[in-house]
Design a protein around this ligand. Structure first.
Ligand code: 6PG
Length: 470
């Protein structure tokens, strides 16, 4: 092959970078990968299918010189300083018109800064969230690109070819300006945190609260995936619950430490939602329960001092509880998506992204961690009304929740009686009850603010700003 004919380049040949590049090669794009580690550069060529135009190199000069102009290349290196370091090292070799795509989970303000810096050199910078993990990268991820719309047209054929497909439609779409792609991926991860927390709470209620055996747990979650709950996270939960530990013979999940880790995207989602004044309580709860899980020693101590004597509080009909919980989980999961989508809508206005939520729902239907059959309902809801303020206001989705409201309350009553913490479910129900409440008791808060701080209030019967000598 001519040395300057590679269609696409990848910097960082870790698992994600290598797999995505091999995916592109399978789709007959000529690709070159750069990694300072010679073993990784070599592994790329070894893993490529015979006859595919794939090259690995450790030389930045060779890498850049081998790319067809104007060049298109992607960085898949850890978020933060490594992205800036790679950009700084490549910049002297790049030329105006080249496109640099950051495929990592970068913090969106960093992307806006990099867009500006590179624009000064005439280079298009894209922040693109990629979801689907290792397998997704290799066989079809969901990709969330943001940046310059015209420049995207040059990336489109490559990305569309290697993205996951749902009904023949690729799970990639131009999302908007600047950091739109990283922002959408950040919220994707916030929703991911929310749903994972809800599944963990459901598991806890069934296991500790209702005494489900390992086999019953496995069967329950696997059964759920055959229903309207069908989704990647429910599916893998069923598989995880079935997996036995080679060492002890027990279910592997029961010998895994309960201290949860995180890389930060869920926290960023919550932090930015607060900045934008968008309530996303289910996601917030997911972030804070991972935090609470870290206080293991304190929890062990507290469990002795403050024992939960309520677990046997009331006997439950297992089958009935599993059925009610299925509906309650659906209810809570939908509210987690609704919160995330509402945040995207407000962020699009605040940051001028120009997001189309229908496109977001469309590209989340496949490939990504939060893919689920309900995403098609969301796509249709936004197709009917592009400016829908909240998914709960869609008649079909709202109706689906109303039908499950009774089960949601019953499940939470059981959890409360038994002392099983279900903050994600609770937050989802309160979100729903708060959002559909014509009046909230915040009139009292306004009165209190005025009482102690003369912060003034507005009246419902007269225009103007008022203050009272309480
Ligand atoms: C994805 C995942 C991916 C990663 C998470 C894990 O969409 O493929 O979200 O990006 O696995 O960032 O996040 P935590 O380490 O914060 O749980």
């Amino acid at each position: 092959m001519n040395e300057t004919q590679f269609d696409f380049g990848m910097v960082g040949l870790g698992v994600m970078g290598r797999n995505l590049l091999l995916n592109m090669a399978d789709n007959d794009f000529a690709v070159i990968g750069l990694d300072l580690d010679p073993q990784k550069a070599a592994a790329l060529e070894t893993e490529a299918a015979a006859g595919k135009p794939v090259k690995g190199t450790t030389s930045a000069e060779e890498f850049v010189a081998s790319l067809r102009k104007p060049r298109a290349l992607m960085l898949l290196v850890p978020a933060g300083n490594p992205v800036d370091a790679v950009i700084a090292s490549l910049l002297p070799l790049l030329e105006p018109g080249d496109i640099v795509v950051d495929g990592g989970n970068s913090y969106f303000p960093d992307t806006d800064r990099r867009v500006k810096t590179l624009a000064d050199a005439g280079i298009h910078f894209f922040g693109m969230g990629i979801s689907g993990g290792e397998k997704g990268a290799r066989f079809g991820p969901s990709m969330m690109p943001g940046g310059n719309r015209e420049a995207y047209e040059r990336l489109r054929p490559i990305f569309e070819a290697c993205a996951a497909k749902v009904n023949g439609e690729p799970c990639v779409s131009y999302l908007g300006n600047g950091s739109a792609g990283n922002y959408v991926k950040m919220v994707h991860n916030g929703i991911e945190y929310g749903i994972m927390q809800l599944l963990a709470e459901a598991y806890d209620l069934l296991k500790r609260g209702a005494g489900f055996s390992d086999d019953e747990l496995e069967a329950t979650f696997q059964g759920w995936n055959q229903t309207e709950l069908q989704s990647f996270l429910v599916e893998i939960t069923g598989e995880i619950l079935a997996k036995k530990d080679d060492v002890t013979g027990q279910r592997l999940v029961s010998v895994i430490s309960d201290r949860a880790r995180s890389k930060g995207t869920g926290k960023w989602t919550s932090q930015n939602a607060m900045d934008l004044q968008v309530p996303i309580p289910t996601i917030d709860m997911a972030v804070l329960m991972r935090d609470m899980s870290k206080y293991k020693e304190e929890r062990v101590e507290a469990a002795k001092l403050l024992p939960n004597n309520s677990l046997q509080a009331a006997s439950v009909d297992k089958q009935q509880l599993a059925e009610q919980l299925r509906n309650a989980f659906y209810f809570a999961m939908i509210t987690a998506y609704a919160q995330g989508m509402a945040q995207l809508r407000m962020a699009s206005q605040a940051y001028n992204y120009g997001l189309e939520l229908q496109e977001v729902a469309k590209i989340w239907r496949g490939g990504c961690i939060i893919r689920a059959v309900c995403l098609e309902d969301f796509r249709q809801a936004y197709e009917k009304n592009a400016d829908l303020p909240n998914l709960l206001l869609d008649p079909k989705i709202g109706g689906d929740l109303l039908n499950r409201l009774g089960d949601m309350r019953t499940v939470l009553k059981t959890a409360i009686d038994k002392g099983i913490p279900m903050p994600g479910f609770m937050a989802s129900l309160s979100y729903f009850d708060g959002y559909r409440s014509e009046t909230l008791p915040t009139n009292l808060i306004q009165a209190q603010r005025d009482y102690f701080g003369a912060h003034t209030y507005e009246r419902i019967d007269q225009e103007g700003i008022f203050h009272t000598q309480w």
